[in-house]
Design a protein around this ligand. Sequence first.
Ligand code: ADP
Ligand code: MG
Length: 581
Amino acid sequence: MLEYCHRGAKPVEIHILPSQVSSLIAAGEVVERPASVVKELVENSIDAGATHIAIEVSQGGLAYIRVNDNGCGVAAESMALAFHRFATSKLAHAEDLERIVTLGFRGEALPSIAAVADVEMVSRPADAQAAATVRLVDGKQVEQGSRAAAVGTTVSVLHLFAKQPARRKFLRAPAAENHQIATLISQYALAYPEVRFSLKLDGRQALTTTGSGSLTDAVAAIHGADVAAAMLSIRWPAAGESAAFLVSGMAAPPHLSRASRGYVSLFVNRRCVQNRRLTYAIEEAYSGLLPAGRHPIAVVNLEVPPDEVDVNVHPAKADVRLRHENEVFVALQRAVRQAVLEQAPLPTVAAPAGSPRWASPEASTSPLWEHGLEVEAQTLAVAAAAPPKVSLPLLRVLGQVANTFIVAEGPDGMYLIDQHAAHERVLFEEMCGPPQAGQSAHVQGLLEPALVELSPRQEEVLLAHRETLAEHGFQLEPFGQRAYRIGAVPALLAGRDAAQALGELLDALAEETAEPSADRVAATLACHGAVRAGDSLALEEMRELVRRLEQTEAPHTCPHGRPTTVHLSESWLAQTFRRRG
Ligand code: ADP
Ligand code: MG
């Protein structure tokens, strides 16, 4: 895959991209936090064909970050050039942007890092007798020389953000930054099982992988031996069949689920991406198989032809755009579901005629669950090729009970819908779905900016999630000590007191026990924007809500895993009223 440089071969020349190419490159690289530095350096090592990458970090990255690799190295005469903006060896022409096969391509990382830290690079290609060194302070070269070193490259980044106090202020405690770095390296370890990774945090060996090339070994190093041993392998399309893209990797059987999201690693051409919709496809593959509130563990690599994927869409390259996203979504879901259904034992569905299944009150959340499984069992028997989708039938709204539950009739009996949970699901998917044209549909600008004063705890949460909040439409500007000016809010909060809504949202996020992820922020927002239990709804409003729920990908549960709908089938009703046997 890495065509530009092969280990042992002479490294390809570094050059500055002509402006007509650099102008096509998506927004400048921003070194936001220590983990961004680690990410860029590790990606350079992978691009250099390294099979061994050792990362050392001290004080959450602020004291130093050092990445050593045994890759192809940089020729002595190119060392200084590597720190120029748009200097890269990985592409040359505008057309190359259409077929990117390396992780880096913008030639921006090294200069961006040198702008916020002191940097030293020591590098020796295989054909050189000694390593060349270069040292930069304040982005300017202060030293160049040579010294003895093994083949490969070591980049040391010292005093990160020492001269950017504002940037430092936004960082979390070293432990939190360390955690983020460990998470990041875990992802690369899963994407590159053939690379031996070693991560030391403040001298402690936090992570090592074998580099054996076996994904099972990599999963064992990251998720533990038990999980690794139980993992089911994913391969799509099946042997002998062809498809425009390939899905491979491993998924855990449903009984090894986790209480939080974040255990799904998704790679597109081995680039780790945070694509909500595609990650969601993987979660969805477990639909009806996991209890509410549980999430799967999976490591999935999607291989698509380089010209089918645009990696030049996100400043940190954290997301990609796929030309055929819908097809990929379906393939991912199908691939994972097939692996899980074919290889994992299916929970048995007990449906003895005559005994009402859902008689006891504590079983009140299970009808749909069981119903879901029933659907699955049938679908499985009919055709493995069709991806089973647990959807909601078209419903006719009849009324409301206790201003909380919507009563509806479907093709097989009666449905009770929790209006709050249903609305949460609808809002959540609208927020996490593919970006709408212009994205601004999600945002409601305020005619008059609102001011809010936060508690220290609220501010801490705000700083930790400011990007996600911004993504969802909060436009926030610092306005004095712990005070912020709110210029815009997510559209779903339109009409509410912006300051109060933000405060409540931050409080809710602060209550989260797990590290709140982007999805959790969305779920919490959805929860805050959704109609409440106790709100009286007009028939039209209920119809609209149910119609939107029918269109969601996972209508059966709210984003927190509570059921949205309880189904009382016609046969159950008949049995309960003793209309037959
Ligand atoms: P990019 O990765 O987008 O090309 P960078 O600023 O990250 O830009 O790196 C600039 C160039 O420096 C790379 O194109 C590569 O030629 C060289 N380089 C950086 N790090 C390494 C490394 N660890 N091994 C070999 N070459 C490297
Ligand atoms: Mg790079």
